[in-house]
Design a protein around this ligand. Structure first.
Ligand code: ATP
Ligand code: MG
Length: 230
């Protein structure tokens, strides 16, 4: 699901000491996105994995072949994180084998993952109230709990309408930062009615989700309609 925290989770894994240790510091994060520049990705991989002067690749097939040869020659544990992959075809072009070579893929569309016995799928859950409230408060108040002078019930109602989606907690929370009580009331009412709170919300979410609406499955689309963003 868009905005659920896949990139955040993948980046934090790349910075995790235990994960880095397990891969002898060979952890590489690559942003793939909807229309990736494969040549650039292969050049980055060459630079970070092979760590020798890059040959002149004739084309992307040649780059893949040369990288694959290198990976078969070495046995260093390596983790390559492919963030935001949109299609099976691109994923296949970015797939390599090698002793100790592992790939972590993040995607909004699990159907692009061809499962094998060595594949592990993990669906990132939405945040529950215990995690969602501090995140919402952080953006809405600059602190991790509801300030004593705020309307506790109202804050919780608005936060609950973000449905545990980190992106919505951030965009809606920050748009209410410093706003007076009526703005909060208005926000709650509009969220409950299923309308967007303000242009700021709409634009903030739309910017973040620009390319993702078509990729939403029915359940996710419902969630966003509930949020009143579309
Ligand atoms: N666990 C979390 N704690 C705090 N903030 C989070 C968390 N997860 C995500 N966020 C925030 O929510 C926003 C969306 O997260 P992120 O970009 O990781 O989502 P995504 O699943 O990668 O979305 P997309 O499918 O659009 O790439 C970011 O601004 C991020 O900082
Ligand atoms: Mg992402």
């Amino acid at each position: 699901m868009p905005g659920v925290g896949k990139t955040t989770m993948a980046l934090s894994l790349c910075n995790d000491q235990e994960a880095k240790g397990a891969f002898q510091n060979n952890v590489i994060f690559i942003t793939v996105s909807q229309s990736p520049n494969l040549r650039e990705i292969f050049e980055t991989m060459w630079e970070k994995i092979v760590r020798r002067k890059k040959p002149d690749f004739q084309n992307i097939e040649d780059a893949h072949r040369q990288l694959q040869q290198q990976l078969l020659r070495r046995s260093k544990r390596t983790l390559v994180v492919l963030d935001d992959v949109w299609s099976m075809a691109i994923l296949e072009k970015l797939s390599f084998t090698g002793e100790g070579y592992k790939t972590l893929v993040t995607t909004r569309d699990r159907s692009i993952i061809r499962t094998t016995t060595s594949t592990r799928l993990y669906e990132l859950p939405l945040l529950d109230g215990a995690d969602a409230l501090p995140l919402f408060c952080f953006w809405a108040f600059g602190q991790k709990s509801i300030p004593s002078n705020a309307d506790k019930q109202l804050v919780k109602q608005v936060q609950a309408e973000c449905k545990g989606l980190p992106l919505a907690l951030k965009v809606i929370g920050s748009s209410l930062y410093g706003q007076p009580h009526p703005a909060w009331e208005g926000a709650k009412n509009e969220l409950l009615k299923g309308e967007s709170i303000s242009d700021y919300h709409k634009e903030g979410l739309l910017r973040c989700l620009e390319t993702s609406i078509d990729a939403l499955d029915e359940e996710a689309r419902e969630c966003f309609l509930d949020l009143g963003s579309f």
